[in-house]
Each structure stands twice: as structure tokens, then as C-alpha cells.
Design a protein around this ligand. Structure first.
Ligand SMILES: *[C@@H]1O[C@H](CO)[C@@H](O)[C@H](O)[C@H]1NC(C)=O
Ligand SMILES: *[C@@H]1O[C@H](CO)[C@@H](O)[C@H](O)[C@H]1NC(C)=O
Ligand SMILES: *[C@@H]1O[C@H](CO)[C@@H](O)[C@H](O)[C@H]1NC(C)=O
Length: 210
């Protein structure tokens, strides 16, 4: 009778019993660390993932914040909390590991859709699918913002960001204060003031702010 795939776990014990005596009867195989041993056995395949650290000729620097239970969550003192569950695991006999995630969509490093805070943009369908990938990807300028102020029109003017620059990473006091590494949401974070954002729109070519 053909077995169901889910019966694999029940098949495992007899298969193991069959293989164990075989393994015991075979001479040990050569290993780079023990070259004196016979080289007759086929090399054990070593499973090692390839970590892709470059893309398009450049080195990847991942500055995103990976999800942690104790990372801050908007207006919460308790952090993100548990966001990952494993209802099915191979270790427990399931065919595959299957995880479940639940968290606010504004957790960690993320982009906001234009429709996030403007109803008329939302109604007109400005979702994340409308974002331009050419704006999101490419060289960016890293600028240090004076640590004693939020980003106002005056701040923007003082930064002298050249025309033509499309993407800017603003390094602020938030980094110095390690705000993303504190569980409690801190409302005193530094950000753009309205006149600073307006100055950026009126006087620069910046399309991406981080
Ligand atoms: C596996 O099953 C045991 C016993 O039911 C349970 O305690 C454990 O949490 C399960 N683990 C996974 C990863 O599913
Ligand atoms: C499946 O889940 C188990 C239990 O958490 C874990 O030990 C194992 O590494 C996971 N395997 C994969 C392929 O994710
Ligand atoms: C920036 O603005 C926030 C909110 O008004 C305020 O709590 C914070 O102290 C300001 N930061 C600086 C460096 O001025």
C-alpha cells in the first residue's frame, strides 16, 4: 500500500535501524583534518548557505532594524512583544516548518504609503505599489543633523545638500540615543518639522528621506 507523505515520521525508525549497522561496518572516511585515513569514501556534502554580501558590484550594508520582541512599537510602553509562532515544525513530525507572524505594519524599518496619512491619497489609490523603485534604490547621501534641534527649514538650509541629490539618510540624535533599542516608545524622537519638510520640497531634488 502506498504511504502518505505525512507518514514519513513513522517510517524513520526502521530506516535508521537499517542504516546503523551499515555505517558501523564501513571504514572511516578521509577528512581534511585527518589526511592519514583512507581516501576511498565519497566526500560528505557540506551544507553551507551562500551569503550574498554584494549586489550590482557594491557591498550590501543592511541598516534596517530586524524585528525583535523588545523593539519599540508606536505609542506602546511594552515593545512589539511576541510576533512569531511556529504552529507546525519538522522537528515535531510536520512536513514543513510553518511560521505565523502578527505585528503592527509600522514595526521596525518600513516605508509608509502616500495614502497612510492623507485620506485623499488613500481614496485615490496611492498604496505602496505606486512607489517608484528607482527612487527607493540607488546611491544616497548620509548627512549629520545638528543634535540639538528637530529638522526645521533653518536646519535644512544649514545642511547645504547639493542639488541633484535624490536620497538622503539623516543621522540624528535618535541614533545617539539608541531609540530603536529601547522597548518604551519615546515621543521625544527627532524628526522633520512641517517647515523643514516644506523647505525640502521647495528647494531640493530629494525624493527619499530616511
Ligand atoms: C513540539 O511538540 C511539543 C509537544 O507537543 C511542544 O511542547 C513543542 O512546543 C512543539 N514544538 C514545536 C516547535 O512545534
Ligand atoms: C523548524 O523548527 C524547529 C523548531 O523551532 C527548528 O529547530 C528547526 O531548525 C526549524 N527548521 C527549519 C528548516 O526552519
Ligand atoms: C524634537 O521635537 C520633539 C517633539 O516636539 C521634542 O520632544 C524633542 O525634544 C525635540 N528634540 C530636539 C533635539 O529639539
Amino acid at each position: 500500500m502506498p504511504r502518505e507523505r505525512s507518514n514519513w515520521s513513522q517510517m524513520a525508525p526502521p530506516l535508521l535501524l537499517l542504516l546503523l549497522p551499515l555505517a558501523a561496518a564501513t571504514a572511516p572516511c578521509a577528512h581534511p583534518a585527518y589526511p592519514s585515513q583512507p581516501a576511498s569514501c565519497p566526500a560528505e556534502p557540506v551544507l553551507a548557505p551562500e551569503r550574498r554580501e554584494t549586489h550590482g558590484g557594491g557591498r550590501i550594508l543592511d541598516i534596517t532594524h530586524y524585528y525583535r520582541e523588545d523593539m519599540p512599537s508606536w505609542e506602546s510602553g511594552a515593545g512589539v512583544g511576541q510576533f512569531l509562532w511556529l504552529p507546525a515544525s519538522m522537528r515535531n513530525g510536520s512536513l514543513a516548518n510553518n511560521s505565523e507572524m502578527r505585528m503592527p505594519t509600522h514595526t521596525g524599518t518600513h516605508v509608509d504609503a502616500p495614502g497612510h496619512v492623507f485620506q485623499h491619497y488613500f481614496d485615490a489609490g496611492f498604496d505602496v505599489d505606486t512607489l517608484d523603485l528607482d527612487v527607493l534604490n540607488g546611491p544616497a547621501l548620509l548627512v549629520d543633523v545638528p543634535r540639538d534641534e528637530n529638522i526645521t527649514a533653518k536646519t535644512m538650509e544649514s545642511l547645504h545638500i547639493p542639488k541633484g541629490v535624490q536620497r538622503v539618510l539623516f543621522r540624528t540624535l535618535n541614533t545617539d540615543r539608541n531609540l530603536m533599542w529601547k522597548k518604551e516608545f519615546d515621543t521625544s524622537y527627532v524628526g522633520f518639522m512641517k517647515d523643514g519638510a516644506q523647505w525640502l520640497v521647495d528647494n531640493t531634488d530629494i525624493k527619499l528621506v530616511e
